[in-house]
Structure formats: C-alpha cells, structure tokens
Write a protein that binds this ligand. Structure first.
Ligand code: PLP
Length: 358
C-alpha cells in the first residue's frame, strides 16, 4: 500500500538497561499479594481454556464501570457504558474502524500521542494535523476554528497529553464537542495522575452521545503487560464497536487478571500518589537547573531545550538511563520512576549535558 511506504514500525526502543524511563510505565511491580491473587485467578480459568472466553467481557466491564464511578463520583456508569480491548491502542483502532475509514478524516492537535495519526492512516482514514498552543495548551477558540474548518469525522483530544503532560480544561473539550460533526475521543491514558482539581471528561458523558473517553490499565494500574484498555461512552457507540471488533478479542486470562487487579485498586493507586510526588520533585529540580519544563498532570515530564538533544539522549543511554526523544525537536521526555531511578536520571542528565556542552 502506497500510504504505508516509508513508514517505520512503532519505534520506542526496548533495550535492556538499568533505568528504563521511556515508555511511561508504572515502575512499581505488582505486590506479592497481587501476584498471588493473579495466580489464583488464572488457575480459576485454566480448567476451562478449551472454551472461548466471554466475548462481551460482561463482568470485567461492570468492574471497570464501578472503578470509574469511584474515580469520578456522579459518572453513574454501568457495564453497558464501558467497553474493553487489548490496550487502549486497540480501543483507538476499533474506534477508527467504526467511525473512520476511506473517505473520512480524523483530526488531532500536535504535539500529541504518535499512535493517533498512525492508527488513523492504517485504518484508511485521512489525518489532519492541527496544533496546540506554544505552552502545549489548547485555546478553545483556536480548537473550534480548526474543527469548523476541517469538519473531521473523529477528533482526538489527549488529556493529560502525551508527550507534554498538559491537561485540558473542560471548557476546551466542551468547545470541541459543541462544533464537532462526528465523534470526539478524549484519550485519558494518564487520568489517574492528574493533579487535584483537574477534572476528567467523564463528567461530560451524560447527554453527549458523541463523546468517547478512553482509559488504560497500562499506566496507573501498573498492568502494561496485561494489555487492557477501555472506554466509557454512550451504549450506541459500543454497539458500533461490536460490529468491528474481532470475536473473543480479550482472552479469558486477560479478563481474569484485569478483574483481579481492579480488586487491588486502592493498593495500586497508592503508587500513583508516590509517583505524583516524585513528578513534582523532578519538575522542581529541572526548573532549578534552568531548564524549561512543560506543566505535567501525568507520570512523565517533557523538558528542554537542547541544541543537541540526540547527544544528550545518547550520553544518558551510555550511563544506563533510557529516556525518550519525542515531541518538539529540542525537548526530551522522562517517565517518572522510583526515587532511586530518578536519582540516576538527575546524575546522568547533569553529566550528559556537561559532556555535550549544553
Ligand atoms: N494513549 C496514550 C496517550 C498513550 O500515551 C498510550 C501509551 O503510551 C496509549 C494510549 C496506549 O496505551 P495501551 O495500549 O498500553 O493502553
């Protein structure tokens, strides 16, 4: 296919390094109690693996709805309002299969999550690149103008945004919802890390049948290896996704592991508080070092600026610290790790910057 020519496969390096701070995972592995509970849950389904799993993941969706209702009191979600898939990447793919396709368009505000345009064009949908403001926010008037000009079938808003960390105020999302002719997807992969007072788009769901809010268990839930993403939307949206999803797309093992992890929600979300504190510390440290730092409501921080960002990145890698070259050309992104990992990051960044003369 011509539109795939010249494209590289998804490229975040998977290297065996002491400090992997490049893919925004949760650095805290599951506790011994959770590992044990997962073992029991897998044993529980092992005896019936000759059968296909629940195609509609009914119980898992009910558990996810209950979790979202705790996250956003008043959301009032049931299992019918929630859908799940193999990571939120597959959720995004299903959305584009259902609402995009040849002859249709999707619009996003760059810099943002690189897989939105990639999954869009792989689905045959044309991608429209709009822009965030200089501070990586999104002025509602500018957003309205972009949507009115292009009239896309799907709009992507990412909040908190990857790679910048910036959360959007509800006014920006409401402004887009008011003028968008098609679906509005708010990708909230990092929602649990948002600072107090930063609202979730879940509060806008009632009465907005074109709004889809996507979440994942890969980040705050520390379950990236499980591959479980989900969304909340009007049940009519989910009916459309049922037409495009592969039957039995979520294995019985995945469903059992995810449901077990949800029962450990409080424990898992404790690590979120630790990561939030660590994030705020690293933001303060980077600023004290004289660097520019984007506001972050996520578990990563975008900082700059470097005339030779590749040089800094390479020299950090020499020291066993893998961060990410992503976003505008002079910026780098670090995922927030444990205190020990962040100490290694600080030392490596100082040394690497000195070495390349930054
Ligand atoms: N959305 C955003 C904004 C992300 O940053 C990521 C992963 O980095 C994803 C979605 C995909 O996450 P997953 O497929 O693991 O749920």
């Amino acid at each position: 296919r011509d539109d795939l020519r010249g494209r590289e496969p998804y490229g975040a390096p998977q290297l065996d390094v002491p400090y992997a701070l490049n893919t925004n995972e949760n650095p805290y592995p599951p506790s011994a109690a959770l590992v044990n509970a997962i073992g029991e849950a897998v044993k529980g389904v092992a005896g019936s693996l000759n059968r296909y799993p629940d195609r509609d993941a009914v119980k898992l969706r009910e558990d996810l709805a209950a979790f979202l209702n705790r996250d956003t009191p008043g959301a009032g979600l049931t299992g019918r309002d929630v859908w799940a898939a193999n990571g939120s990447n597959e959720i995004i793919q299903q959305i584009l299969q259902a609402f995009g396709g040849f002859g249709r368009t999707a619009l996003g505000f760059e810099p943002s999550y690189s897989m939105h345009p990639i999954i869009t064009s792989v689905s045959g949908t044309a991608w429209i690149n709009a822009h965030r403001d200089a501070d990586f926010g999104l002025d509602p008037e500018r957003a309205i103008k972009a949507v009115e000009e292009h009239r896309p079938d799907v709009v992507f808003l990412t909040s908190p945004n990857n790679p910048t960390g910036t959360a959007l105020p509800l006014e920006a999302i409401e402004a887009v919802l008011k003028v968008a002719p098609g679906m509005v997807v708010v990708d909230e992969a990092y929602a649990e890390f948002r600072r107090a007072g930063t609202p979730s788009a879940l509060t806008l769901l009632p009465g907005n049948p074109r709004l889809i809010v996507t979440r994942t268990m890969s980040k705050a839930f520390a379950m990236a290896g499980t591959r479980l993403g989900y969304l909340a939307a009007d049940p009519a949206v989910i009916d459309a996704l049922l037409l495009v999803r592969l039957p039995y797309h979520l294995s019985a093992v995945t469903q059992a592991v995810a449901r077990t992890a949800i029962t450990f929600g409080d424990e898992l979300l404790d690590s979120v508080n630790a990561l939030r504190r660590e994030r705020d510390d690293v933001v303060a440290w980077l600023r004290a070092e004289g660097l520019e730092v984007a506001e972050s409501d996520a578990n990563f921080v975008l900082f700059g600026r470097f005339a030779d960002r590749r040089g800094v990145w390479e020299r950090m890698l020499d020291r066993g610290v893998l961060i990410r070259e992503v976003g505008p050309p002079e910026w780098l992104r670090v995922s927030v790790g444990t205190p020990e990992e962040m100490a290694a990051f600080r030392t490596a960044l100082k040394e690497a910057s000195k070495e390349v003369g930054e």
